[in-house]
Unconditional design. Structure first.
Length: 452
């Protein structure tokens, strides 16, 4: 391999670590909305596929780790994946264990990464002979995934009932664009619809501000008080095997290993399912909390790693929520990549392995050291110097731009409609995973209903 290309890949990974270290420390930044637009911009710039893959892997590994810090330190979810950890993190913070939480989250995430990369490649190679047989049933698998996630969610009936109406909404907009000639009939609008789901709860919250009565209930005359432990960065231990107890290490390792098999399911759903299950029988509240957040931290990495590696190495289609959302540009980013000619086809398995391992190694090592040594100082800087509203405004503008690029001005309002609908359902208990699965299963669902 060209030495110059390796150097460029190294600096791409380094750039991803720097960028997403600061973004990850900002509370409330959704993973898809901050990963997908940047990776898409890099692809459209004409960068080498190896550089793109290295950058993307380093990006999500860094983001998933740094996104845990607002949860651990100030009780605010960094992103969607860290939301299930809130209660346990707040409990430990109130017990004066914030420094312990940070160490265990970082160690759990590192364990998840170390286990998932080789296991995902192994599973991918096992699936390669069956790739052609699986591809025709991709839409059916998404339907099964949406139903399964509905059945394990807290709002089972509501989630199940929402699948068909959402599918009709997505396909109605697509057919509207086709019939009016906004987009050609062989083009399938997906990226902007996915981002519409992602920002749904935020759109609903912003729309509520336009209601005078609702706005009055949100008024406050005081600032939210946030305290970051002063001794956070004094603990110098870095060895994850000394930071975690045997029970925590076993729970995190087993969950990370098993989650790879379920790569087609929602990462949030898997985090909730495995994270709460492994600590279900633990009586001591502190041990229960630390075991849960360690396991969930490992799962935040393992679910993303398997969700990217297996479709990219074995299938060539985005057959996982991670590949559908944050990684969708790797599979379909016209005019650079198409479904018939994407990274799966362009790069060999060896080249993919080099890019993934290099990106993961650089991001894991640097992020792990940064978190363990400077988490308190970075959190203070981000919370004091970077306005949350500015970041949200930036990424909403990215999404509006991508919506316009997908299907013009009308699609901005189409995405707004999707955001309001999916955001309302989200607040009612229909989680992202179900909605994402429904988006990709929509053509199959509507076509099947039309035949009945």
């Amino acid at each position: 391999m060209d030495v110059l290309l390796l150097v460029q890949m190294f600096f791409a990974a380094l750039s991803a670590v720097v960028l997403y270290t600061f973004i990850g420390f900002i509370p409330g930044t959704d993973e898809t909305s901050v990963l997908m637009p940047v990776s898409l911009a890099l692809i459209l710039s004409g960068a080498d596929p190896m550089i793109i893959l290295t950058f993307f892997v380093a990006s999500f590994i860094t983001l998933n780790l740094t996104n845990l810090m607002p949860t651990a330190l100030v009780g605010l979810p960094g992103g969607v994946l860290s939301a299930p950890m809130i209660d346990h993190a707040i409990y430990l913070k109130n017990e004066g264990k914030s420094s312990v939480v940070v160490k265990k989250m970082a160690a759990g995430a590192l364990i998840g990464t170390l286990i998932s990369i080789p296991v995902s490649f192994l599973l991918a190679n096992l699936l390669v002979p069956f790739a052609e047989a699986i591809q025709p049933y991709a839409s059916l698998l998404f339907v099964i995934g949406a139903v399964f996630l509905s059945l394990i969610s807290k709002q089972k009936m509501l989630s199940l009932l929402s699948i068909i109406p959402l599918a009709i909404l997505f396909q109605s907009l697509r057919h509207l664009y086709w019939s009016t000639g906004v987009v050609p009939e062989d083009a399938n609008i997906t990226t902007s619809f996915f981002l519409g789901i992602t920002i749904g709860p935020l759109i609903v919250s912003l729309m509520q501000l336009l209601n005078k009565e609702t706005r009055k209930t949100m008024l406050t005359d005081s600032y939210k008080k946030i305290t970051i432990p002063s001794d956070l960065d004094k603990e110098k231990r870095l060895n994850p095997f000394k930071i975690l107890s045997k029970k925590e290490l076993k729970a995190a390792s087993f969950s990370a290993l098993l989650s790879n098999i379920f790569f087609v399911l929602s990462p949030v759903g898997l985090i909730l399912l495995f994270g709460e299950t492994v600590s279900n029988k633990i009586k001591d509240p502190e041990e229960k909390a630390t075991t849960t957040i360690t396991t969930m931290s490992a799962l935040s990495q393992s679910t993303y790693i398997s969700g990217i590696i297996i479709p990219l190495v074995a299938l060539g289609i985005p057959l996982s929520p991670t590949a559908i959302g944050p990684g969708s540009a790797l599979f379909n980013a016209p005019p650079v990549y198409t479904v018939e000619n994407n990274l799966f086809h362009i790069l060999s398995t060896g080249e993919k392995a080099i890019a993934i391992v290099l990106g993961a190694a650089i991001a894991s090592i640097l992020s792990y050291v940064i978190i363990n040594k400077y988490a308190g100082r970075i959190s203070t800087f981000v919370l004091e110097k970077i306005p949350h509203e500015a970041i949200l405004g930036l990424f909403i503008s990215f999404i509006l731009l991508l919506s316009y690029m997908d299907a013009g001005l009308i699609n901005i309002f189409g995405v707004l409609l999707i955001g309001i609908t999916s955001g309302t359902l989200n607040k009612m208990g229909v989680n992202y995973g179900i909605q994402f699965m429904t988006l990709y299963a929509a053509p199959f669902i509507v076509q099947y209903l039309a035949l009945i």
